[in-house]
Structures are given as structure tokens and as C-alpha cells.
Write a protein that binds this ligand. Structure first.
Ligand SMILES: Nc1ncnc2c1ncn2[C@@H]1O[C@H](COP(=O)(O)OP(=O)(O)O)[C@@H](O)[C@H]1O
Ligand SMILES: N[C@@H](CCOP(=O)(O)O)C(=O)O
Length: 326
């Protein structure tokens, strides 16, 4: 479960005195998520989520994604809002960790995403990209192509203990992607982790996007590639072209993809698969003793990567021809 850091009730009550969000009635750790420690708080004024930011979140990056959530919500994107404390700050410190409180969003994330969910996520992703156009802050993506080799170096010596030949497989893919990673595609603000567990629905209707700590500036189409990987493969690892078509069509209705973006999709999808393969592999090889968090399966992303290596054209994602969405 994702509670790496415990919080004592008295410390939390003291912390909440700094906010105008009511008296603490109850709180509990949230089992889901793998990156940070999350707690559901009930106060006399409602329900909130308290997050203590852990290893991959630098305190200097907090203003970026907390401001981004506020910016997006002002432009109609449904996402949580950071609460300000009495000093006007959107984060401070609790249990020696940077800590923020956001409002609770109604909805549940889809355990078995269908094509309607993919339509919802494609539309919401494009709206987020459009709403982010005038976001004034900049954060380079630390997990884009330049960030992959340092992760590989950490994992390489033990990679073959996870699957024979994995080290060589990643080494070759990394060489290829470093050599031909696109540079000139339209940039913007991306979510960078819009997996099903970060998208809430009420029935088939999308009710909100959560979990912005990976958000950054990068190629917009890279965010689509991340979503293709996260939403359009089945449990048996097959690619579901109906879901991909639904996602890409819905995206295209809100923000049209350029020909160059469409042509780059197979490469971007390979990169997106490698990025999650690497972070999962590093986490898998470094589970702290006694940890309650179950690491995510890195090999799922080897299979996705192999699929994209064999994609002949964007048609394999449900697009009929560059410049035209089926
Ligand atoms: N604003 C929110 N409203 C309702 N539930 C939330 C909210 N933010 C987080 N959660 C709950 O906490 C879980 C973990 O949050 P997440 O941001 O994905 O954690 P992590 O940063 O560890 O990946 C979510 O699956 C959801 O159950
Ligand atoms: N989505 C990533 C892990 C990050 O976890 P999240 O709980 O923030 O989505 C993965 O699947 O590897």
C-alpha cells in the first residue's frame, strides 16, 4: 500500500490548524498509488486528500504541478484543487516531507477500461493540452529520452535476473531511441502519467483527472503515446485497435494531430513503453525490505514495446492515413 510515511493524529491535527478546511474528524491511509503517501481526510468541512511527496518528487517542482491543477481547473478541466493554508501556501511540510492538501474528487477509476472510457480519456487529454497552452511555468521532463540511460545504468547489472536477455534488449532499444527521438513536434504541458488509475469516471462519464506530479513540458504527442500504452492493451497483452481508434478520434476532435505527430506515434509509443519499463524495472529491483507496496510488472512494458517495434504504420493504431483520423 502506498503509505510510506505515517502521520500521527496529533501532528495532523496541528498541521490542519494552518488551514481553513475544518476540524479533523477522521483520516486513513490510501492503499492505491505507488509513488507518494496519500491519506483520505474527513473534516467538519468535507473530504480532502493529503499527499506527502516521496522519492521522485522534488520540492522545487511542487509549485509547477500544484499551479497547473489550479490553471487547468480555471479552464474547465476537472481536476483537484490545492488548498491554500493561512499563509497562502499550497504546500508546506509534514512528517519531514513536502505535503499538500487537495479536494476529494468523486468517481472511480476503471478497472477494465472499455472503448467509451478511451473516448473520455482522449477528449480529456486533448482538452488538457489546449488548456495548458497559456500556462506560464516550465518544467523539463526529467523522464524523457535523456533521463532513460541513467535509469538503465542503475538497472542494467541485474536486469537479466528479471528476464534473460533483458539487459541487451533495453540497450539496443535505448541506442535506437537516442538516435532518432523526435525534436520538432508541437510542445506543451503534458500529464505524463495518465493511466487508468489516474482518471475517475462516474459510469462511463469522465469525472476528473488526478495525480499530476509527473506533469511537465514535452511533446504533446508523447502524452498520447503514454495513453495508448496504458489504455489500449488487454490483460492478455494484445493491442485493442478499437480502443486506440476511440482514444485518437476523441483526441482529434478537440485538438487535431499534425501529420508529423501521427507519423511519429510508433516511435513515441516505443519511447513511452521504454520509460515505464525502466522506472518499473528500477523499482522492481529495489523493493525496500518489508515494503507493503507491490512493484508494478516491468515485463508488461517489454511486451508493449515489442508490439510497437513491429508496427508498420500509424494505421495499426486505427488511423487510416497521415493527416486523417478514421
Ligand atoms: N483528489 C482525489 N480525489 C479522490 N481520491 C483521490 C484523489 N487523489 C488521490 N486519490 C486516491 O488516492 C489514490 C492514489 O493517488 P495517486 O495520486 O495516484 O497516488 P500516487 O502519487 O502514489 O501515484 C488514488 O487511486 C485515489 O484512490
Ligand atoms: N503509472 C506508473 C506508476 C506511477 O504510479 P501512479 O500510481 O502514480 O499511476 C506505472 O504504471 O508504472
Amino acid at each position: 500500500m502506498a503509505v510510506y510515511t505515517d502521520v500521527a493524529a496529533e501532528d495532523l491535527a496541528e498541521f490542519l490548524k494552518g488551514y481553513d478546511i475544518g476540524e479533523l474528524l477522521s483520516y486513513k491511509g490510501i492503499a492505491e498509488g505507488v509513488e507518494n503517501s496519500n491519506f483520505l481526510l474527513h473534516t467538519s468541512k468535507g473530504a480532502f486528500i493529503l499527499t506527502l511527496y516521496e522519492k521522485r518528487v522534488a520540492v522545487d517542482d511542487l509549485p509547477y504541478f500544484l499551479s497547473l491543477m489550479a490553471h487547468l481547473a480555471e479552464r474547465g478541466v476537472r481536476c483537484p484543487q490545492p488548498a491554500r493554508n493561512r499563509k497562502g501556501e499550497v504546500y508546506s511540510e509534514l512528517a519531514d516531507r513536502p505535503a499538500a492538501i487537495i479536494n476529494f474528487l468523486e468517481g472511480v477509476w476503471p478497472r477494465r477500461p472499455n472503448a467509451a472510457h478511451c473516448t473520455g480519456v482522449g477528449e480529456a487529454l486533448a482538452r488538457m493540452h489546449v488548456a495548458g497552452r497559456d500556462f506560464p511555468m516550465f518544467r523539463k521532463n526529467p523522464l524523457s529520452v535523456e533521463g532513460w540511460r541513467p535509469l538503465f545504468d542503475l538497472a542494467a547489472p541485474r536486469a537479466d535476473s528479471v528476464a534473460p536477455g533483458l539487459q541487451d534488449f533495453i540497450a539496443r532499444e535505448l541506442d535506437h531511441l537516442e538516435a532518432c527521438w523526435p525534436k520538432d513536434l508541437p510542445p506543451g504541458v503534458i500529464h505524463a502519467d495518465l493511466f487508468p488509475d489516474n482518471v475517475f469516471f462516474l459510469g462511463d462519464k469522465l469525472s476528473g483527472l488526478i495525480d499530476f506530479p509527473f506533469s511537465c513540458n514535452d511533446m504533446l504527442a508523447y502524452d498520447i503515446a503514454i495513453c495508448l500504452n496504458a489504455w489500449c492493451f488487454e490483460a492478455d497483452h494484445s493491442f485493442n485497435v478499437t480502443k486506440a481508434r476511440a482514444l485518437l478520434n476523441a483526441y482529434g476532435r478537440e485538438r487535431q494531430l499534425s501529420e508529423a505527430e501521427q507519423e511519429a506515434l510508433p516511435l513515441l509509443a516505443r519511447g513511452a513503453a521504454l520509460r515505464f519499463l525502466l522506472t518499473r524495472l528500477v523499482d522492481f529491483l529495489n523493493v525496500p525490505p518489508g515494503a507493503l507496496v507491490k512493484p508494478k510488472d516491468p515485463l508488461e512494458y517489454v511486451r508493449k514495446l515489442r508490439f510497437h517495434q513491429n508496427v508498420a504504420s500509424v494505421r495499426d493504431y486505427g488511423l487510416t492515413q497521415p493527416g486523417c483520423v478514421a
